[in-house]
Design a protein around this ligand. Sequence first.
Ligand code: HXC
Ligand code: NAP
Length: 301
Amino acid sequence: MFEDKDNAMQKPDLGLMLREDAFKGKVIVVTGGGTGLGRSMTEVFMKLGASVMITSRKEDVLQKTCEELNALGKGKASYAVCDVRNNDQVEAAIEKAWTELGPIDCWLNNAAGNFISPTERLSHRAFDTIVDIVLKGTYNCTLAMGKKWIAEKRQGTFLNIVTTYAWTGSGYVVPSACAKAGVLALTRSLAAEWAKYGIRSNAIAPGPFPTQGAWSRLFPDELAKKIDPLERIPMKRFGEHPELANLAAYLLSDYSAYVNGEVVTIDGGEWLQGGGEFNNLSHVPEPMWDQIERMVRGKKS
Ligand code: HXC
Ligand code: NAP
């Protein structure tokens, strides 16, 4: 794992942002909720009183996470084994959640697959694998859940986890970039189309938040010795899971009832740092600015 820089902006000491019973009576499904960010978001939803069904492919992981989360003594966790690429399994997970926990109020599309690779090294199956998990998985879940909400005349809220290269694109993670761009288009499209049914769709675009799943596939040790991702982040630190989880809770809560079709970036300014023509001048040492100013003013006169 990378260490945050000494000069990192101070991390806030976070509790819950919403009042403790804000999700009392709410049922939320979190795909990929057994690990990483999905698990952290689930923990906050439960602390707010929600019943949460976590889903993924690995039953042992889901079972252990559920036990640990239920031991917190707040909310309720349950699980369904569900490969989001398989529509039958998605529909079965919806029925399981609806029967065990009650009508679903919110669906968080968080499951993903990713790894770094030069694109020319990818087989078409490798490309399919990522696009199928991220884009097909998200539209499978969204279509099945959306149809059920519409048929049952119930309101609902989708939240989709994308990333900033959904709109900038990025080399070396091209299948993921294509798929996340599709998820963002889905988010915005349905925000307009399904609002009439009381269904909201929003997204979060996180910058780097340390998780075992992402770090092992995107920043393997040999690469970490050569490239420091903190260099790209103006705030010189990674995201903290509670920062993301509180944002997700807000976007799923009634407090954001008028937010629809939005993508909220939470990346310490990372993607803009790469975009601004002169942003790399932050590398100029402070004393050198006197000399530079003299040169620039000299040119003017
Ligand atoms: C090239 C690779 C590869 C690699 C797999 N493949 N890894 N090709 N380089 N490193 C190829 C395989 O050879 C195969 O193609 C095809 O991809 C499918 O591989 P499988 O291992 O059979 O797939 P599967 O078991 O379904 O596993 C999916 C996975 C795996 C994506 C490859 O890593 C996984 O389960 N990931 C889930 C969790 C995850 O990825 N979390 C990170 C999300 S982070 P062939 O042709 O050989 O059959 C994230 C952050 C974004 O998204 C932004 C950060 C800032
Ligand atoms: P993670 O722990 O690897 O989470 C991915 C989850 O998806 C795992 O629980 C995995 O469980 C599940 N999953 C993978 N393939 C699946 C499939 N076919 N069907 C169902 N579930 C599947 O990684 P993470 O970092 O927390 O990532 C969570 C989300 O945040 C992803 O959408 C990722 O793109 C996004 N994100 C992360 C970062 C970051 O820095 N960490 C930055 C930007 C965006 P199983 O293996 O058990 O199926």
